[in-house]
Design a protein around this ligand. Structure first.
Ligand code: NAP
Length: 531
């Protein structure tokens, strides 16, 4: 079992009681009393906090008691003798675990006093911890071995800062091979996945913060996110992994959407934000790490800025399947790893669900089948990545596309690649199109008072599709509605492409209404967060 532990990092007993209540109500499975946060600590005060916690959380809630040395991240600099006294008191009070820094455990004062206290408290176990807040340990496995050889009954706890997501894999390897209870975690945003995956890999404890502000280590996931976003109660060794590869990834809506749909379809899977910083080399290294570890059970990735092109190159290099239109677009936003497909155990597939998501959204919005695009005059504003995907889809369906873009050379190049006409943005003042598609970011939150197209150009009988989905009703769509045109919002595309990805990942259909609601909720909370 992996315990979901919440550190209690209070300045006084009253604050500790409040934090314990919240942790218990939020579903904590273990509490870590960080005594080094208590101001003016005495052994009596620490004892009162332990007893108070027992009374509030019940005797079944395991406790870790820690009085961290400031050299390893402790909050207040207390003398060593006091820290030892607090820990021996905790063992007398029945704490299930006390945490001692491995570096200190070799000192005679610790051995003289903690070891007899452990012998006298047979239920108490020792956690021996080592931290590196700057970088991965030089020799993680060697450090683990050293702890295990020196203290066979102790639980090794190794926590280091991941400078890059690729630094997490050595932690996963250690957890995968460990033959005893241990805790191995990576700090920082790049290490976030280690905090969730420890549930799958059988680490003894993972730590959740009560809220964004009260974390005791960088990159901690909140208790609420563990429970409601990642559904951590159902993560086990069989759980399949999915995720969105991006940089930045913090604002991505995909984890909320896919996790809600996985839970709704009762699929044993979790979808993670995967911060892959850097370019092609780092992405390739990340995917190599994943492919080398089939036991991680990664099944699929959404891919977004800046990795869509490199993702396609990777699959090409590995000889995987590439959807023909993804090849033409030159970008993949979906990677699928199918371990069941071939005798060599792994098959990679690269797809682009952006164009399919957009075409389905437009066809639905216009009330036509995909064949209805044949010979349709279409104006596409923008010549970036999304424009490329949509132009590929529309021309493949037979539409007559004109591309309008601020940077003429980009319009010209995209038009040449797909046999379209092109123009500068001035051309939008005399439009002759049945369908207008905005593929620029103009009108997106927070600059919601902008529109790429003069309102006079919008006519009844026209359909206007805006790929911008935050807000769902952009100024362009408001103008289009006022002009009597049919409007289609970017949410429809976003939901459709996510539905297509979900199907590629799992072979099952997700619930579109649930997806749309989760997207709307997530957008609302993003806007609230930025206020
Ligand atoms: P991109 O590759 O950076 O392209 C941006 C495009 O917008 C370029 O054509 C750029 O023109 C144009 N542009 C940006 N600011 C402009 C301005 N102030 N005036 C005139 N043109 C401007 O971005 P992308 O990946 O294609 O994404 C574009 C938009 O698509 C995003 O902002 C997002 O809202 C939307 N999107 C929607 C979905 C969905 O599922 N609904 C998914 C992904 C993206 P230049 O070439 O002149 O720079």
């Amino acid at each position: 079992m992996t315990y979901l532990a919440v550190p209690i990092s209070a300045r006084n007993a009253a604050q500790a009681a409040e934090q314990v209540r919240r942790a218990v109500a939020g579903g904590a499975e273990m509490l870590e009393l960080r005594m080094d946060y208590l101001e003016g600590i005495t052994v009596d005060l620490a004892g009162e906090v332990v007893r108070q916690t027992r009374a509030l959380a019940g005797t079944a809630m395991p406790l870790i008691v820690t009085c961290r040395d400031t050299r390893e991240g402790g909050a207040i600099d207390y003398p060593e003798s006091l820290r030892i006294e607090v820990l021996t008191m905790a063992l007398r009070e029945g704490a299930e675990f006390v945490d001692v820094e491995f570096a200190n455990s070799r000192k005679s004062a610790f051995r003289r006093r903690i070891e007899p206290a452990l012998t006298a408290a047979p239920k108490g176990r020792l956690i021996l911890s080592a931290h590196d807040f700057a970088r991965p340990f030089d020799d993680l496995r060697g450090l683990y071995r050293e702890i295990v050889q020196g203290f066979p009954a102790a639980v090794p706890k190794l926590v280091y800062a991941a400078g890059h997501i690729n630094d997490c894999f050595q932690a996963f390897d250690l957890l995968h091979k460990a033959d005893r209870d241990c805790i191995v975690l990576c700090m920082g945003q790049a290490g976030l996945i280690s905090r969730v995956l420890t549930k799958k890999l059988g680490g003894l404890v993972t730590f959740a913060s009560l809220d964004e502000a009260s974390g005791t280590a960088p990159g901690q996931v909140t208790l609420d996110a563990f429970k409601r976003l990642y559904h951590c109660d159902s993560i086990d060794r069989q759980t399949d992994l999915f995720g969105v590869i991006a940089d930045p990834v913090g604002h991505s809506l995909s984890p909320a959407i896919h996790n809600a749909c996985l839970a709704d379809r009762k699929i044993n899977g979790v979808y993670l934000p995967l911060l892959v910083q850097g370019g092609r080399e780092e992405l390739f290294a990340f995917l190599d790490h994943v492919l080398a570890r089939p036991w991680l059970d990664f099944r699929g990735f959404s891919v977004t800025i800046p990795h869509k092109h490199s993702a396609l190159d990777y699959v090409r290099q590995k000889g995987g399947f590439i959807e023909p239109l993804a090849e033409q677009i030159g970008a993949a936003n979906t990677l699928v790893l199918d371990s069941r497909a071939t005798s060599d155990g792994r098959r990679l597939g690269a797809y682009n669900s952006d164009y399919a998501g957009a075409l389905d959204a437009i066809a639905d919005g216009m009330g036509i089948p995909r064949e209805g695009f044949r010979d349709m005059p279409v104006a596409v504003v923008g010549a970036g990545g999304v424009a490329r995907a949509i132009v590929a889809g529309l021309t493949d369906a037979g539409a007559k596309v004109t591309i309008y873009n601020r940077t003429i050379e980009r319009a010209e190049q995209l038009a040449a690649d797909f046999g379209c006409a092109w123009s500068d943005l001035e051309g939008l003042s005399h439009l002759h199109a049945r369908l207008l598609v905005n593929c620029t970011s103009i009108g997106m939150y927070p600059k919601v008072d902008a529109t790429p197209v003069p309102p006079e150009s919008l006519k009844p009988g026209m359909a206007v599709f805006d790929t911008v989905y935050n807000p769902a009703e952009t100024l362009l769509l408001k103008h289009a509605k006022a002009a009597g045109a049919r409007t289609i919002d970017g949410l429809a595309m976003f939901v459709n492409q996510a539905l297509a990805q979900f199907h590629l990942f799992t072979g099952q259909s997700a619930n579109p209404a649930l997806m749309r609601n989760v997207v709307l909720d997530s957008l609302r909370s993003l806007v609230d967060r930025d206020k």
